[in-house]
Design a protein around this ligand. Structure first.
Ligand SMILES: [Zn+2]
Length: 240
């Protein structure tokens, strides 16, 4: 069942390790089959060295295991909230990558300070509100997803335009049209998180000109986007 999606999800999880975003088992990736309403996600606590596509777990949108011999990732409920609230996304990634997690632990949004950020994330990458104590004790993973969704709604951010959030005192979640895109966004997020920390150390009051933000975001994503190859095979890596 869902063999191709299992391969994509397994490969995405391994890519997180290759990109240096995940150590030990601190991360997970998933993808959704929208027609069937089924999600393929990494198994909980399985070592990356031995991970195979057939180890991936299939769950429905209520979190019930439909197929798989392992338990699904402990963060599954967070992924499911995001799939239900953001109908255009096809993949979700969670890591504890060092710089993005440092911003989450500091309870600070990552400000949009440069064109590298604006190329992928239209706005500051928001940090969620604190999770109320009663929800930390009960249905914590679902509450983590809920706070991401509520934060995007409160700030009026389009999740397609800024495909990342920082779960406060926890770490980054990213998403995309595919799980491969969600991985790419996790890589971009870690890079801009590191750059922003260094930029603010050098100049604590710097901000980016909004016109430059719009130029760079629209250059890649707007109706008249002109970055990359329009008709040829899309380039595998994004440049500047
Ligand atoms: Zn986590």
């Amino acid at each position: 069942m869902l063999g191709k999606l299992k391969e994509e999800v397994c490969e995405a999880n391994l890519a997180l390790v290759r990109h240096g975003l995940v150590v030990l088992t601190w991360g997970n990736a998933s993808a959704i089959d929208r027609e069937r309403g089924l999600v393929v996600i990494k198994p909980s606590g399985v070592s990356y060295d031995a991970m195979k596509p057939e180890d991936m777990v299939v769950v429905d949108l209520d979190g019930k295991v439909v197929e798989g011999r392992f338990r699904p990732s402990s963060d599954t409920a967070t992924h499911l909230v995001l799939y239900k609230a953001f109908p255009t996304i096809g993949g979700v990634v969670h890591t504890h990558s060092a710089y993005a997690t440092a911003w989450a632990q500091a309870a600070r949004a990552i400000p949009n300070l440069g064109t590298t950020h604006a190329d992928t994330f239209h706005t500051d990458v928001p940090v969620t509100d604190e999770i109320p104590d009663d929800r930390i004790r009960d249905a914590y993973e679902e509450a983590t997803g809920d706070t991401i969704v509520e934060t995007f709604r409160r700030l009026g951010i389009d999740p397609d335009e800024t495909p990342a959030a920082l779960a406060v005192h926890h770490g980054p979640f990213t998403w995309g049209r595919t799980v491969e895109k969600a991985v790419e966004h996790a890589v971009s997020l870690e890079a801009v998180a590191q750059m922003a920390a260094t930029s603010l150390a050098l100049n604590p009051t710097v901000r980016m000109n909004p016109a430059l933000v719009e130029k760079h975001y629209a250059r890649k994503h707007g109706p008249n986007a002109y970055y990359g190859q329009r008709d040829a095979v899309a380039p595998r890596s994004s440049g500047v």
